[in-house]
Design a protein around this ligand. Structure first.
Ligand code: YCP
Ligand code: CO
Length: 281
């Protein structure tokens, strides 16, 4: 099932603001920071252990437990309960992406025993926050409900002075949407009004970008990567091509450590991850 906007929730901004004030005091964990240039953090509202700092995605039998944080968010908890059936629920996280931060293009569920059905609801965002899937860049507006196919290459970026805050809900994969979503929903894919137009690449783009090989080193590797990811959000460059260019730049630098780093990052984000990296909960 492809990424699509399912609908939008009516958000009471005054009530939401009360919950956002609570969230400002929450402890967010840095799980999955290896996928980020900048800062992306998460805390759990519902998970297996009921402990808010267990934010790892993994398959388990049975129902999740409410964490203390869910108790402290009456408005958001209500919103969730009115929108989703909990029978096949596994994990609900609050995730925040700080200003000038980008997520390295990746596929999720490479390390998990099972894949999940994933939903996003933005709780704090603006037009300077972007998501992408393969060759499409789009914006999820506040209160919209999205199904994300996280098995495809995807990425995100925030250039907003406010932290971008999303709810992410993961359900068992082997059920259909009617068993998860309580409200009426559309199947309109990524609507044109959510899609961000990007500039075409110049004919010699791939040759000229290799000039970055003159400055790349172990200290700025992550910065060069961030520049390439940001380029994906403004120019017609696919998420996967970011790795292709990074690899070409590393190759041209003739530094074996950088070539290895680029190769390993590609493999980790796009091909395979060891399940021992899952941590324990
Ligand atoms: C996830 N995708 O939420 C991952 C980790 C980046 C986005 C962090 O499963
Ligand atoms: Co992801």
């Amino acid at each position: 099932m492809n990424t699509k906007k399912l609908g939008e929730l009516r958000i009471d901004m005054v009530d939401l603001q009360e919950d956002l004030k609570q969230i400002a005091n929450f402890y967010f964990s840095s799980t999955y920071s290896e996928f980020i240039c900048g800062v992306w953090e998460s805390c759990a509202l519902w998970n297996k252990s009921g402990l808010p700092n267990n934010t790892v995605v993994f398959a388990y039998e049975g129902q999740p437990t409410k964490t203390l944080y869910a108790e402290q968010l009456p408005y958001i908890s209500n919103l969730i309960q009115n929108t989703f059936y909990f029978d096949h629920l596994k994990l609900i996280r609050l995730v925040r992406l700080k200003n000038n931060s980008v997520i390295i293009p990746h596929k999720d569920f490479l390390e998990t025993e099972e894949e999940f059905l994933r939903f996003h609801i933005p709780l704090q965002t603006d037009e300077s926050c972007f998501n992408s899937e393969e060759d499409t860049v789009y914006h999820m507006k506040l209160g919209e409900i999205w199904h994300l196919n996280a098995s495809l290459v995807h990425s995100a970026a925030s250039f907003s002075p406010q932290e971008r805050l999303h709810l992410i809900l993961d359900f068992e994969k082997r059920v259909n949407l009617q068993q998860i979503i309580k409200i009426e929903f559309n199947d309109e894919g990524i609507p044109p009004e959510n899609i961000i137009e990007r500039e075409e690449l110049k004919a010699n783009f791939f040759t000229e970008i290799k000039v970055l090989s003159k400055i790349i080193n172990q200290f700025n590797f992550i910065d060069i990567l961030a520049i390439l990811i940001k380029t994906h959000f403004t120019k017609n460059l696919s998420a996967a091509k970011v790795f292709y260019i990074l690899f070409k730049i590393a190759e041209e630098s003739e530094d074996p450590a950088l070539i290895e780093k680029a190769k390993n990052l590609y493999s980790y984000c796009m091909l395979e991850r060891d399940s021992s990296l899952l941590g324990s909960e």
